[in-house]
Ligand binder design. Sequence first.
Ligand SMILES: Cc1cc2nc3c(=O)[nH]c(=O)nc-3n(C[C@H](O)[C@H](O)[C@H](O)COP(=O)(O)OP(=O)(O)OC[C@H]3O[C@@H](n4cnc5c(N)ncnc54)[C@H](O)[C@@H]3O)c2cc1C
Length: 408
Amino acid sequence: MEIFDCVIIGGGPSGCFAGISASEKGKKVALVDRNSEICKKLLLTGKGKCNLTNLNEINEDYISKYKNGKFLINVFHQFSNHDLYDFFERNGLKLKIDTGKRVYPESENAEDVLKTIKKILDRNKVRLFLREKVLDIEKNKEFFEIKTDKRIFKTKKVVISTGGKSFPGTGSEGDGFIWARKFGHKIIKPVPALCGLEIKENFIKKWQGINLKNILVSAYLSEKKIGEEFGELLFTHYGVSGPSILNLSGNVSENLDKGEIKIIINFKPALNDEILDKRLQREIKENPNKILKNLFKNLLPSGLIDEFLKQSGLEGEKKVNQITRDERKIIVEKLLKFEITVKKTRPFYDSMVTRGGVCIDEINPKTMESKIVKGLYFAGEIIDVDGKTGGYNLQMCFSTGYVAGINV
Ligand SMILES: Cc1cc2nc3c(=O)[nH]c(=O)nc-3n(C[C@H](O)[C@H](O)[C@H](O)COP(=O)(O)OP(=O)(O)OC[C@H]3O[C@@H](n4cnc5c(N)ncnc54)[C@H](O)[C@@H]3O)c2cc1C
């Protein structure tokens, strides 16, 4: 039986970076993945272009893009977004910075990120064990025995970087949670995040394909606001999606079993009731003979208008000079607070990341080592940390992987 200084389970971005940093410190490393190739999920990221990080300054705002972001402060101190950027460029991968400081390979091809990672693993002599599924891990005194469908590895240090449960077709089915639980770790219930929301109201299907920009969406559990996002919203065949909803979805997901969740769409976030009402009064005065649905052409995309008026109990054919003060009040209220109800989130197979995972309280934030089992480390999405869209998730995976690797 060959003995390794460290065995890394899961060859996603986090596991690969653990392998890179551990091997750079002279460790003999085995990297095991069930797939025939490493980083299968990475190839899907950023619609195949791979938004590998975000170069905004790491400050409070950056940290707030994550659930449990404070856990990452030390990690980013050790390996930041700029360190990652320099690391890839130093290793021959040309990068470009896009809107919102999102970073992509210049070629806009995730394959090039994979090629670079493979080149470094190869140069550092990290031994890859592919098409090999880890079945179980046991610890006997100071050695771990890692049982795969092909062999048993013996090692003093293990990094579990098996990802979450999202897009299970890429290999991440949540196996790591089972082993972590077995070793006494608390697992915060894994739920889908960065996903669309299925909506109860059937009329929403009529809005399928309509994309709104600059809207504000808020999620409420009873009276309690559990999240708010500004940006784009896309109506789909099942409900709502688009960047604002994706970023809201984790908060919805983790609260779904606590009660009914309402999504409030504010179609005019730049205006308040008073200003919107004045604008309506002015438009009514200037166009007294228009019918209501034609007046709405200045307020909403045309595809929304008929159903919006129906849902608001308003008559589209009514002349605007016959609109009552109460009806005007309804228009204002519905434009600023249009309410829909969440049925459920999209399933794991249609969610980009997993919220939940190994509880951060039991992981040393400086080393990624388990506070419960010596020699056991965690990296990447398996940890109960997840970020918004924009490169934050991969950065977290690369950084936690790097930190685990230098500490094994
Ligand atoms: C469609 C899509 C688009 C995305 N786009 C972006 C983006 O543009 N920017 C961004 O920052 N994030 C993006 N993400 C999120 C990002 O891809 C993940 O957060 C990241 O890949 C997680 O890395 P990881 O190393 O923790 O786990 P994973 O990438 O999930 O890797 C885990 C690895 O462990 C292996 N494994 C699991 N169980 C076993 C086992 N029992 N035995 C052996 N091997 C095992 C799996 O085969 C897999 O290779 C996207 C995700 C998806 C699904």
